[in-house]
Design a protein. Sequence first.
Length: 95
Amino acid sequence: MEDRFEKLKLNEDEVKVVQEVFEVFKYYDEGQKGELTKAEWEQLKKYMADSGYDMSGPNLKFEAIDKNGDGTIEFTEYLQLMMDHFNMVYDDDEH
């Protein structure tokens, strides 16, 4: 299976963003399971909104982020959302 992140070209600033995204996710991931419940996502979303991010819109709803429908937001699903939000660069034009 192809790793969807291997095609990224990250500059220093983007690496910092990914690190920050990971730290925020980790903070709200109670129990360090590698996934967020809907309640944990709502807390994280509130924190980001309070920090000045626009957290409105249908693509930021829990159900839209939970791509595999398992009732949690896995780190990869969250990271994909943040990558799309921050417009990180891919090697190809597929994205």
